[in-house]
Write a new protein. Structure first.
Length: 238
């Protein structure tokens, strides 16, 4: 055995064995790199194409899962931002629609499937109009002062929303707190919309979002002076 280990035959066998191992390694790596693989990407953002500008989508899944196939090297450094999933809403009217998910394959990869393959999309007409701004006032001015009037600029604001929300709007209001005010005060309250039950209606486009309210206040006459004036008037009548 010792003679065999020292002989040239052993060296030849060892060389052949090492060559075989290297060949298997290279061949296996080549097979791996040339065999298509699949990967599943979750939560790929779902977008809309070809929606009529007078309409808006009010309900639709925000994402889908995407299965891609391709060579392993094509998956390297791939990010979710490079993936594409959309629904084509060409010719779709307001209402509920079952629409097929589509997409575009990134750099040498192919799309195997989307999950789900179809999604429910709700479309509504987008409405807008001007509403007068009402002012709701509370609180007391500084001692000895009273409010004599106010002006609002602008007097109307534009409200925009999907039809189902737009129809809920009954009033548009700004709230003013008079606490501590005197002379002339300028405030810029936010505008809020309310339904007929005085419940706030949210997720609206309000333009502008604030108004400028000019509040005018004046000093109140002292009570003593008012009493003296009343007495003088009584004497004149006598």
């Amino acid at each position: 055995m010792e003679k065999f280990l020292r002989s040239n035959n052993f060296a030849r066998v060892l060389a052949i064995f090492m060559a075989l191992v290297l060949w298997l390694f290279v061949t296996g790596d080549k097979i791996t790199r040339t065999t298509p693989a699949r990967q599943v990407w979750q939560d790929v953002p779902l977008r809309v194409e070809n929606l009529d500008p007078d309409y808006v989508v009010t309900d639709m899944p925000s994402s889908v899962d995407l299965t891609l196939e391709g060579l392993p090297e094509n998956f390297e450094d791939l990010t979710i931002q490079e993936l594409d999933a959309f629904v084509d809403l060409s010719g779709k009217e307001p209402g509920s629609h079952l629409v097929r998910v589509q997409g575009r394959s990134p750099r040498g990869l192919s799309v195997v499937s989307y999950e789900p393959e179809q999604v429910r999309v709700v479309i509504e007409e987008y409405l807008s109009d001007n509403f007068p701004v009402e002012i709701d006032i509370f609180g007391d001015p500084a001692e000895g002062w009273r409010m004599v009037g106010y002006t609002v600029e602008p007097e109307e604001v534009m409200i925009g929303a999907p039809e189902s929300q737009f129809e809920q709007v009954a009033r548009v209001m700004a709230i003013i707190d008079l606490s501590g005010m005197k002379y002339v005060e300028r405030v810029e309250p936010e505008i809020n919309a309310y339904d007929e039950e005085e419940t706030p209606v949210t997720n609206l486009l309000i333009d502008p979002e604030t108004v400028t309210v000019r509040v005018e206040l004046e000093r109140e006459e002292p009570e003593e002076e008012e009493e003296e004036d009343e007495e003088e008037e009584g004497e004149e009548e006598q």
